[in-house]
Design a protein. Sequence first.
Length: 415
Amino acid sequence: MTRQVGLTVHRSASAIGGNCIEISTSQGDRLILDVGKPLDVPEDSEVKLPDTLGLYRPISGVLLSHAHQDHYGLLQALPKNLPVFCGEATAKLIKLSSEIMHEPIDRSFSTWKSDQPFVVGPFKVTPLLTDHSAFDAYMLLVEVAGKRILYSGDFRNHGRKATLVERLMRNPPTDIDVLVMEGTNLGSDKPCKSESDLEEDFVGLFNRTPGRVFVAWSGQNADRTVTLYRACKKTGRTLVVDTYTAEVLELLGEHAKIPRPGWPNLKVVVTKNLSRFYRRRGREEVTERMVKYGISANKLAMTPDKWVVMTRSSLIEDYAAAGVTPDPNEVWSWSMWSGYLDKGHGQKIKDWFEKSKTPSTHIHTSGHASSANLGEFARYINAKKLIPVHGAAWRYDMDDFPSITKIRDGEQLII
Ligand SMILES: [Zn+2]
Ligand SMILES: [Zn+2]
């Protein structure tokens, strides 16, 4: 009897994030790709795993494509004994973020290496390192019962790892039955700037600003840290990061050649509130370790044309107490998605600069492929079916996309 293969998108069939996808066989074997927390829920609200996942039925393994909450955020709701697989740096990032921002994760991860296939029950999995704003993000090729499924995870081809995606397009995996692809940027015709273009934008900004440049970006976005660091080197400035970002850079430094504490043109600002927070979490050794690479916030008030200062809402109070208040000759840049600027932490940062009449500039590029690049990628992969996920603007009849099979959350497609 031939085995049938099913594909179910439990969550994210028509929303950005919260990915939870299942590949199953008629023998009852199940493999889960990502267990994300949806993005459109308030930070502290409780979200459950999708009902249709049915935890009472056995699962062979769970694969996590990368260390973004909308792909792993519901991990703790899974039984502890369930095997979880991900990249090596991804496992470390998930553990670090969980320890600092949420509850520590006390489960073990089996880690994979790019391009090295491994087996989970009847499933053969090949992880393919890709280009995304999260470090160590993967596409996943899953083979089972004669079917081949490629899951794109989140990706782009305008970041610092663009060549990985371009190489895959030039030499695509053959005979793909289903491509499960993200579509974050659908509905916008805007092309996406490359990280190198952004680097030049920052170089211009740093050169023409007489005082400090304040930048708000995500400490986990290693590509952006590299962009800022390179722009600092080109303009003789020093990039000032907080303890958390410094810790992330130390961790990622074990996996790639990226700037880290101890390198020239990089300093760690050690602030009271963040140090207290680290102490409460039993992590004072991190602060102590950073002191030798550190500067106090007071220093940022001196030689102002030297610094590019990381700005987060949690640092503002310490900066203000140390006399680091922006002025109208300086500039601040929001280097994240503009949608985050009008709520919570983003709003607090915006208010701080608006109060001091400091001009702003938005220098950013998306962590996801542009609409045109998504279509091009899908055409190169040339799968028999394209199943959309992680997008709010997917339609059946999209020009430039191969035939789209749209399914609803929880609905199973037999491949
Ligand atoms: Zn995502
Ligand atoms: Zn992501």
